[in-house]
Design a protein around this ligand. Structure first.
Ligand SMILES: C[S@@+](CC[C@H](N)C(=O)[O-])C[C@H]1O[C@@H](n2cnc3c(N)ncnc32)[C@H](O)[C@@H]1O
Length: 210
């Protein structure tokens, strides 16, 4: 197979990058509350968020708010060949953009709210998820929606499965504490702006004992 010359490959990568940023900014101007950020997440944040995922045993990974796919391709690159990535976004333009950009049979992109994750998982032929990653701006969601998403997320995670959330405000800790038994919080400074990263783990034994 003929390989793409290095200079041409760089031009293709650069035009993909510009297309992603252009699309992201356009959607932010149209729906600032739904998008919650002017630019996509940094590569450092993507790496830090995905560092502790148990890829070997993950068969269903769910991504809330993939946007232009900042995390999506890296998740696919690390995922097992038999695993499925279910990406849920409320913005139809992002759904169409992702479907046009990424051609991978393991990726299912659905249009809708993360609050309906249970139905989307069932429609994908699964019962529970191993990991769920969220890029949703929780602090700008309508009243009650963040609580509903966290409750549904916990109910569809397998025992010891984790909800991975990146957010710019500390508001998320309260939402997660109401549902999850174990929460770790860190900060990724190499992102604009610096970002809080939460790992909320479902510990079923502790919940039953309480
Ligand atoms: C800050 S952007 C994150 C995009 C990308 N993951 C990143 O990190 O660069 C937030 C995304 O969440 C989506 N979103 C907002 N509310 C949502 C909801 N209730 N369910 C699913 N997606 C939602 C928006 O459409 C947008 O794609």
């Amino acid at each position: 197979m003929a390989s793409i010359p290095l200079k041409k490959k760089h031009l293709v990568q650069r035009s993909n990058f510009l297309a992603q940023w252009g699309m992201f900014f356009k959607q932010f101007v149209k729906h600032p509350g739904m998008i919650g950020s002017v630019i996509p997440s940094s590569a450092s944040l993507v790496d830090a968020m995905l560092a502790d995922v148990d890829w070997a045993h993950t068969r269903l990974f769910v991504e809330y708010g993939p946007g232009v796919g900042t995390f999506t391709q890296t998740i696919l690159d690390r995922m097992h060949p038999d695993a499925i990535l279910l990406a849920i976004d409320l913005n139809l333009d992002f759904v169409a953009f992702l479907e046009a950009q990424i051609d991978d049979p393991r990726l299912r992109v659905v249009h809708g709210s993360a609050a309906d994750v249970r139905r989307f998982i069932r429609e994908a032929g699964h019962r529970q998820a191993d990991f769920i990653l969220s890029g949703i701006p929780f602090s700008t969601l309508p009243a009650g929606v963040g609580e509903a998403i966290c409750a549904e997320t916990r109910s569809v995670l397998r025992p010891d499965g984790a909800f991975l959330v990146y957010q710019y405000s500390a508001y998320m800790r309260r939402l997660l504490s109401a549902q999850f038994e174990e929460i770790h919080e860190r900060v990724e400074w190499r992102n604009i702006p610096p970002c809080r990263m939460f790992t909320a783990t479902k510990r079923e034994m502790l919940a039953q004992a309480a």
